[in-house]
Write a protein that binds this ligand. Structure first.
Ligand code: NAI
Ligand code: MG
Length: 502
């Protein structure tokens, strides 16, 4: 099968104008090339062609950005800005994102490969929602009054309170699978808490972060509060995670790099939040409504081409309905329209990079060598882009790499089970613990099963439902801390206790 090329002639003039512009880092309210003068090329995954160049930054650029963020954090204009004004700035940013949804969605598509239509309806819509949710926080971030007894001060009356004060300068390192959304997951709660921030998008997908920087400038945030630096992980990323001037680093990406971030953070003991990999189980019980469960399981793995940390990549189906469910999912896989992201009829776009395509293909080959059977896909279409056809494996076992490791591509492994004890054991037999889904109509079974799954989020009759209001993060090697929800803002604060001897 041959896949059509992306039609760059069809894009919005504003998208084209942005692509053709020269791209610099956004530091202290100004646009600067990397100090070294180096740039890195940005590819369209649907064609493999270079569409832009951005700064290839290193420690020198990070140093300047951190100094700017520190100065801005300490500045009167930000420290004493009234909560309502901080909220208004965040809402202004959300308004600008709304007005520029089409451009953000097209840039995301050209940068990452995903469908522009889906990016607009999901990624950008959820990113705006996140900014608005967090915009409501500054005026609600209250502390508490405390009642100390201090028996060693029998004659002194005490009054005390605890307050949530901003943690300081934040370093954010984000991946390429949801570039705009994850940019906002880091940015919005950090700004709501009163921090300043240095953000580095992934080297594969820097464009929307730079476009967001333009909107941030237009919204009128004080200079230095938000700094966006593009570059590679081992240079710019490592400089952020080890920087003594950064108080907290928040990272989303691979478990392997999560460990490096943690090690780098030991220098100044900066606080760390990590959102890492997953190998999430989807469990279909014998009583499930299969009209919902079959398409649900398929979209659980194939949404965003499987490049989702919560992808339902392990499907456990009760033996009595195994063939029906797995054939249904394989049928959906075979019929998905694989194509470039700018084509509105595309259901599955290319993976983000040649490296990712090769990685996923190596897993598929390992699965076949290990004796697993392919029901759908397992091939790549004829294209210069980084496509992989949606793939369904059966006859798999828990010692295979395709069952144990995060593939981060459109590859599902399906296994039958006979009873609850067996499926609980299988679902939890992983070093990850990000998410899980249960497909059942038995409410009491759901209540008993959900808490036994060692996962940060358990979905019932749905998968990948992620929202600004819902705490999100991982058990086990899937990470540290939670994003979204009320607590996401507190994760960018320190609790400060004040005690007065009256
Ligand atoms: P990665 O973890 O290397 O990249 C994520 C971010 O970390 C990027 O901004 C990158 O520049 C940065 N980074 C890389 N090395 C760094 C270092 N030494 N210090 C500081 N920052 C560094 O992920 P990669 O290599 O793009 O993908 C590999 C695998 O990671 C994927 O196949 C997938 O399994 C997993 N992954 C998981 C994600 C998630 O959402 N949890 C997102 C992206 C990848
Ligand atoms: Mg990497």
């Amino acid at each position: 099968m041959t896949v059509a090329m992306n039609d760059l002639d069809s894009i919005n003039p504003a998208t084209r104008e942005f692509l053709q512009a020269t791209h610099h880092n956004y530091i202290n309210g100004h646009w600067h090339p990397a100090a070294s003068g180096k740039t890195l090329a940005v590819q369209d995954p649907a064609t493999g062609e270079t569409v832009a160049h951005v700064a290839d930054s290193d420690a020198a650029d990070v140093n300047v950005a951190v100094a700017a963020a520190r100065q801005a954090f300490e500045s009167h204009s930000w420290r004493t800005m009234k909560p309502a004004l901080r909220e208004r700035l965040l809402h202004r940013l959300a308004d600008l994102m709304e007005a520029n949804t089409a451009v953000l969605a097209e840039l995301e598509s050209i940068d990452n490969g995903k469908s522009a239509a889906i990016a607009g309806a999901v990624d950008i819509a959820c990113a705006i929602d996140c900014v608005r949710f967090m915009a409501g926080m500054p005026s609600k971030l209250n502390g508490s009054t405390l009642k100390p007894s201090a028996p060693f001060l029998p004659d002194t009356e005490l009054f005390a309170w605890a307050n949530h004060v901003p943690i300081g300068v934040v370093g954010a390192i984000i991946p390429w699978n949801f570039p705009t959304l994850l940019f906002c997951w880091k940015l919005a709660p950090a700004l709501a808490a009163g921090c300043s921030i240095v953000i580095k998008p992934a080297e594969e997908t820097p464009l929307t972060a730079l476009f967001m920087a333009q909107l941030i400038e237009e919204a009128g945030f004080p200079a230095g509060i938000v700094n966006v630096i593009t570059g590679y992980g081992h240079t710019a990323g490592a400089a952020i995670s080890s920087h003594p001037g950064i108080d907290k680093v928040t990272f989303t990406g691979s478990t392997e790099v999560g460990r490096l971030i943690l090690q780098a953070a030991t220098g100044n003991l900066k606080k760390v939040t990590l959102e890492l990999g997953g190998k999430s189980p989807a469990i279909v019980m014998p009583d499930a409504d299969l009209d919902i469960a079959i398409p649900g399981a398929a979209s659980g793995i194939f949404f965003n081409h499987g490049q989702v940390c919560t992808a339902g990549s392990r499907l456990y189906v009760h033996r009595s309905i195994f063939d029906k469910v797995v054939d249904g999912v394989a049928d959906i896989a075979r019929n998905m329209k694989v194509g470039p992201g700018l084509d509105p009829t595309t259901e599955l776009g290319p993976l983000v990079s040649r490296t990712q395509q090769e990685r996923v293909c190596a897993y598929i080959a390992a699965g076949m060598e290990g004796g697993a059977e392919i029901l759908a896909g397992g091939t790549i279409p004829d294209s210069s882009g980084f496509f992989v056809n949606p793939t369904v494996f059966v006859n798999t076992s828990h010692d295979m790499s395709i069952v144990r490791e995060e593939i981060f591509g459109p590859v599902l492994v399906a296994m039958p089970f006979d009873d609850i004890e067996e499926v609980v054991g299988q679902a939890n037999d992983t070093r990850f613990g990000l998410a899980a889904s249960i497909w059942s109509r038995d409410i009491s079974l759901v209540h008993k099963l959900a808490p036994r799954l060692r996962a940060g989020t358990v979905w019932v009759n749905c998968h990948n439902v992620i929202d600004a209001a819902l705490p999100f993060g991982g058990f086990k090697e899937s990470g540290w801390g939670r994003e979204n929800g009320m607590d996401a803002v507190k994760a960018f604060t320190e609790t400060q206790t004040t005690v007065i001897a009256l």
